[in-house]
Structures are given as structure tokens and as C-alpha cells.
Design a protein around this ligand. Structure first.
Ligand code: THU
Length: 138
């Protein structure tokens, strides 16, 4: 949560003014952080959680899939901040349903949940198994 708090200070939020920080603990012990990055074309904004995940991929060895062991997110919200739907789906790609997610605010409130609780029934590569099989047979 402390790493997420520090990352939040680097958010680029000229439009909403709502800074968010995220920190991921990877299976190899590394902590990878991210902050939200907004754009004049508002819909292109990247949330803190996805910034952190994409950074973890960019900083991993070629072909390696980062395994996320824990997630922390913080914002200056009245209640612990809640990740958006897009970030829940992106987190599910590199986490297990049991991966703990710590949601916090600047007042020190922290709620613990999990990736599976945030997004039950996430779409996953397992649902594309037949497509991959067909590729192999071709
Ligand atoms: N935002 C995040 O970065 N993470 C969340 O969990 C919720 C929303 C950002 C997107 C946008 O820059 C700002 O917060 C307001 O929506």
C-alpha cells in the first residue's frame, strides 16, 4: 500500500484531478507500480492498475508471463477505491482468483478482497482452447 501511495504521486490527471496509485507484488518478489495517465481525448485514459500491469509485462523477461501475488490500489476517495471493470479483467489475466487485492484511501482505510471476488466469471484464455486446438491442427 505504501508503494501504491508513492506511485499515486506520479499520476497524470489534468482532467479529473483524481490521482490513483497501484502496486503489484510479483511472484519473484518484485514490486511494480503504476499511476493513472489521462489524455485530452478522455477515453484513452489508462487507469493506475492497468499501468502497473502493463509495466510488469514490459519489465519481464521476453516471453515470460508475470505472476501477480498481491495487488494494492489507493486514491483520495471517501471509501477504499474500487477498480473499474476493465482493470478487473486485465488483473484476472495475471492473477489467480485467490490473489488478494488491498483497496485503500488516503485516510488509511483498507479493504481486502480478491481478484475472483472483484470479477467472478472473468473471460480467460481457457475459453479459447478450441480456437488454439484448431490452430494446431491446421
Ligand atoms: N481510475 C483509476 O486509475 N483506477 C481506478 O480504480 C478507478 C479510476 C482513474 C481513471 C481516471 O484517470 C480517474 O481515475 C477518474 O476516473
Amino acid at each position: 500500500m505504501e508503494a501504491a501511495r508513492e506511485a499515486r504521486e506520479r499520476a497524470y490527471v489534468p482532467y479529473s484531478g483524481f490521482a490513483v496509485g497501484a502496486a503489484l507484488e510479483l511472484a519473484d518478489g518484485r514490486i511494480v507500480t503504476g499511476a493513472n495517465v489521462e489524455n485530452a481525448s478522455y477515453g484513452l485514459t489508462n487507469c493506475a492498475e492497468r499501468s502497473a500491469v502493463f509495466r510488469a509485462v514490459a519489465e519481464s523477461a521476453p516471453g515470460a508471463r508475470p505472476a501477480i501475488r498481491a495487488v494494492a490500489v489507493i486514491a483520495d476517495s471517501p471509501d477504499p477505491v474500487s477498480p473499474c471493470g476493465a482493470c478487473r479483467q486485465v488483473l484476472a489475466e495475471f492473477c489467480s482468483p485467490e490473489t488478494p487485492v488491498y483497496l485503500g484511501n488516503l485516510s488509511g482505510a483498507v479493504a481486502e478482497t480478491s481478484v475472483g471476488a472483484l470479477l467472478p466469471g472473468a473471460f480467460s484464455d481457457e475459453q479459447m482452447a478450441n480456437v488454439r486446438r484448431q490452430d494446431k491442427e491446421a
